[in-house]
Design a protein around this ligand. Structure first.
Ligand code: BF8
Length: 648
C-alpha cells in the first residue's frame, strides 16, 4: 500500500482501527483499502451515463454536456432522472420484498405451517387488522393473523386505488398526494411502472420521471416498509427498551461466536432461540467452549437487538473486520449489504460463511437455504456447524472496545414513555417543542461508506444536534455507529442542550433514540404523522421543525428512504459522497427547489457534516418561525393549561 494512502484517516472507531492494522500486517484486503484501488467513475457518479440500451452506453461529458444528447436524443436531464429513478425503484424493491417475505411467514405461522413462529404481539395484530380492514369480532388469533397476512400480500400487488397505509399520513398530505397524482398504489405496480417508464424511449420528461420516483418510494415507505415493521412486530414482538452493547468487543474468545448479518429477522430470531437452547449449549461445552455468543452486523442485527438485546458487533463496514478477529465461527448472511468480499476474507480464516436466502448466493460460501416451514431445525443446524468449527480457530484478536447502549424505542413505546399507560400520547413532546425546550426533531439514518471516514459524519451530526436541543432518532448503521460511540445511553443527556436535557431527565430517556433497522424508518414516518395529529405544530409533516439526515449514504435503499421522506414533506440532507444527479443542473434543481415547491420537502447533498448541521438547524428555526413558536414563551404544559381552563 503506498505510504500516502496509509496515512489517510479511514475510521474514528478504535476497534476498526485495530483491525485495519491487523489486516495491513497480514496483507488482507478489505473495503477500507479497496476503496483506494477502485476510483469511482466520475461520469456515473454524477448521473451522466446512460446504459439503458445497446445504442450506448452514452456518456454526456465536457463543458457542453447540457447541450449533448445520447444516440436516441435523450438529454442529460432525462438520463440523470432516469438513473436516479431506477435507483429509487431498486431501494423500494429491497425493503418491500423483505416485507412480503415477512407476510408469507406470518401466513404460514397462522396456518400452523411454520413451527417456531407465533403471534407475539396480539394487541398490535388487532391494531394492524383494524388498519387493513380485517374483521376481528371474536375470531381466533390465527384466523385474524391469516387474514392480516393475506390483506398485506394484496397490498404489495394492489393494482388500483391506494395502499391502505397511506391513510396513516396527515390528511393534508393525503390530499396533496391525490392532487399531484402521487398517491401510491401497490409497491409491485409502482416499481414495474418505474422500470417501464425508464425503458428506452418511454418517459423522457425529467420532472415526470421524478414524480414516479416519489410515488414508487411512497409505496415502500407507507406500504412495503411499514408493513415489514408492523408484521415483524406482530411475529416477534414490538420493541421496548433494553440494554446491550455494541462493537467488536462483544465477541467472546472463550465462546462459540455466531455473527448474523443482513436484514431479515425471520432466521436470525430462530438463531437466537437455537443459541440459547440447552442442548446446543451442552454441545458447545463438550467441544471446549464456555457457551454460545450471538452478535450481529447491519440491520438483521438491529432487529434482534431491538427485540432480544443481541449485541451488534458493528455496522456495515465492520463485516470483514469481524472475521479478522479470528473468533467468528460462523457468519450467517441473508440479503442486502452482505458483500462478496466476505468470502475472500473468510477463506483466510476458519470462519464458515453461510448464505441462507433463496435470493442470494455468494461464491465460496456454504448455502443452507432458509425455509420458514422448518426454521428451528435450520437454525440448529447452523449453530451446530459453528460449534463444530470452534476448535479450528487459529490466531485470535478481539479489540477490547464496546459501549453500553439502550435500544428498543418503537413509536408505541415512545407514546407510552411520554404519557404513561393511561394517557400514552405525543402531547408532552409537542408541548416541549412548542415551548422551545426541544428545538426540533431529526432522524439520522443510513449507512457507512468507505469513501467517508467511518462514523465521523454520523457522530459529528448527532452530537451537534443534541447539543442544540434537537431530539434525535437513529436507525440502521447510524444507530449502530451511535451505539458504538456511546451515544445511546441516558448519560448522553449530559451532552445535550439545557432544554433537551431537562426533558430527557423528566422522561428518563436518552436524547438519541434507537428506532430500529432501515425498514423501521417507517416508525419515523409514524411518529411524524402522530405528532401532526396531536396538534399545535401545523397540519402536515412539512410544517414540522424536523429534518431527515443520512450522513454516510452508500446504497439505493438510502436514496429511496430519502425520497419517501421528501415526498412526505421532510427536508432531507445526505452527507458524504456527492449527489448522484449532480451532472444535471436541471435535475438537481428539480429535487431541491422543485420538490420543495411541489411537496414541501427537498433532497440536498453536502460533503461537510457541519454544513449539514447548520442547514438542519436553519430549517428547524424557519419552521418554528412559520409556526410562530420561535419566541420564548411561558412554560405551560398541556395539563397546566387544562387546569387553568378548568380553574382548578
Ligand atoms: O438497511 S443503513 S449500510 S445495513 S442500507 Fe445497509 Fe445502509 Fe447499513 Fe441496513 Ni440500511
Amino acid at each position: 500500500m503506498p505510504e500516502k494512502q496509509e496515512k489517510q484517516k479511514k475510521t474514528i472507531d478504535p476497534a476498526a482501527l485495530e483491525m485495519l492494522k491487523k489486516a495491513e500486517k497480514a496483507g488482507i484486503s478489505t473495503m477500507f483499502n479497496r476503496v483506494d484501488e477502485v476510483k469511482p467513475c466520475p461520469i456515473g457518479a454524477e448521473g451522466s451515463c446512460c446504459r439503458v440500451c445497446a445504442m450506448g452506453p452514452c456518456r454526456m461529458t465536457g463543458k457542453d454536456k447540457e447541450q449533448k444528447t445520447g444516440v436516441c436524443g435523450a438529454t442529460l436531464d432525462t438520463v440523470a432522472a432516469r438513473g436516479f429513478a431506477r435507483q429509487v425503484a431498486a431501494g423500494a424493491s429491497a425493503h418491500s420484498d423483505h416485507g412480503r417475505d415477512v407476510a408469507l411467514t406470518l401466513l404460514a405461522a397462522a396456518r400452523g405451517e411454520a413451527p417456531g413462529y407465533e403471534i407475539k404481539d396480539f394487541p398490535k395484530l388487532l391494531k394492524v387488522a383494524e388498519l387493513l380492514g380485517v374483521k376481528v369480532d371474536d375470531r381466533k388469533t390465527e384466523e385474524i393473523a391469516a387474514d392480516v397476512a393475506l390483506r398485506a400480500l394484496e397490498e404489495f400487488g394492489r393494482q388500483t386505488g391506494e395502499v391502505m397505509y397511506a391513510s396513516r399520513a396527515p390528511k393534508k398530505r393525503q390530499e396533496l398526494w391525490a392532487k399531484l397524482g402521487l398517491t401510491p398504489r401497490g409497491v409491485d405496480r409502482e416499481i414495474v411502472e418505474m422500470m417501464h417508464r425508464t425503458h428506452a424511449g418511454t418517459d423522457q420528461d425529467a420532472e415526470h420521471i421524478l414524480d414516479q420516483a416519489m410515488r414508487t418510494s411512497l409505496s415502500s415507505g407507507w406500504g412495503g416498509s411499514m408493513l415489514a415493521t408492523d408484521l415483524q412486530d406482530i411475529l416477534f414482538g414490538t420493541p421496548i427498551p433494553l440494554r446491550s452493547k455494541a462493537n467488536l468487543g462483544v465477541l467472546k474468545k472463550d465462546q462459540v461466536n455466531i455473527v448474523v448479518h443482513g436484514h431479515e429477522p425471520t432466521l436470525s430470531e430462530k438463531l437466537v432461540d437455537a443459541a440459547q437452547d440447552k442442548e446446543m449449549i451442552e454441545h458447545a461445552k463438550k467441544k471446549g467452549a464456555k457457551g454460545i455468543n450471538l452478535a450481529g452486523i447491519c440491520c438483521t442485527s438491529n432487529e434482534i437487538l431491538m427485540r432480544r438485546g443481541i449485541p451488534p458487533a458493528g455496522n456495515v463496514l465492520h463485516q470483514e473486520l469481524a472475521i479478522l478477529t479470528g473468533v467468528v465461527d460462523v457468519m450467517v448472511v441473508d440479503v442486502q449489504c452482505t458483500f462478496q468480499g466476505l468470502a475472500k476474507v473468510a477463506s483466510q480464516y476458519h470462519t464458515e460463511l453461510i448464505t441462507t436466502s433463496p435470493k442470494a448466493k455468494i461464491l465460496g460460501a456454504t448455502h443452507i437455504e432458509f425455509d420458514h416451514h422448518r426454521a428451528p431445525e435450520i437454525a440448529k443446524e447452523i449453530v451446530k456447524r459453528a460449534i463444530d468449527n470452534f476448535s479450528n480457530r487459529k490466531e485470535v484478536h478481539i479489540p477490547k472496545f464496546s459501549n453500553n447502549l439502550i435500544a428498543g424505542f418503537s413509536h408505541e413505546y415512545i407514546r407510552y414513555m411520554l404519557g404513561g399507560i393511561h394517557r400514552a400520547s405525543f402531547r408532552p413532546l409537542n408541548d416541549n417543542i412548542i415551548n422551545g425546550r426541544i428545538r426540533g426533531l431529526a432522524g439520522v439514518v443510513g449507512c457507512n461508506n468507505p469513501r467517508v471516514v467511518q462514523d465521523e459524519n454520523i457522530i459529528h451530526i448527532v452530537r451537534e444536534l443534541i447539543k442544540n436541543d434537537v431530539l434525535v432518532a437513529v436507525t440502521g448503521c447510524s444507530a449502530t455507529a451511535s451505539g458504538k460511540h456511546g451515544l445511546l445511553t441516558p448519560e448522553t443527556m449530559e451532552l445535550a442542550g439545557d432544554g433537551l436535557k431537562e426533558v430527557c431527565e423528566a422522561v428518563g430517556m436518552p436524547p438519541v433514540l434507537h428506532l430500529g433497522s432501515c425498514v423501521d424508518n417507517s416508525r419515523i414516518l409514524t411518529v411524524l404523522a402522530e405528532v401532526v395529529e396531536e396538534g399545535g405544530l401545523g397540519e402536515d409533516i412539512s410544517d414540522l421543525p424536523a429534518v431527515g439526515i443520512c450522513p454516510e449514504w452508500y446504497c439505493e435503499k438510502a436514496l429511496e428512504i430519502g425520497v419517501y421522506c421528501v415526498a412526505s414533506g421532510a427536508y432531507v440532507l445526505f452527507g458524504g459522497v456527492s449527489s448522484p444527479v449532480s451532472g444535471s443542473q436541471v435535475v438537481s434543481e428539480l429535487i431541491t427547489k422543485g420538490w420543495e415547491k411541489k411537496v414541501g420537502g427537498k433532497l440536498e447533498f453536502y460533503a461537510d457534516p457541519q454544513t449539514i448541521v447548520e442547514k438542519a438547524l436553519a430549517h428547524i428555526d424557519a419552521k418554528r418561525k412559520a409556526l410562530k413558536i420561535d419566541v420564548a414563551k411561558e412554560r405551560v404544559l398541556y395539563d397546566m393549561e387544562m387546569r387553568r381552563e378548568l380553574s382548578v
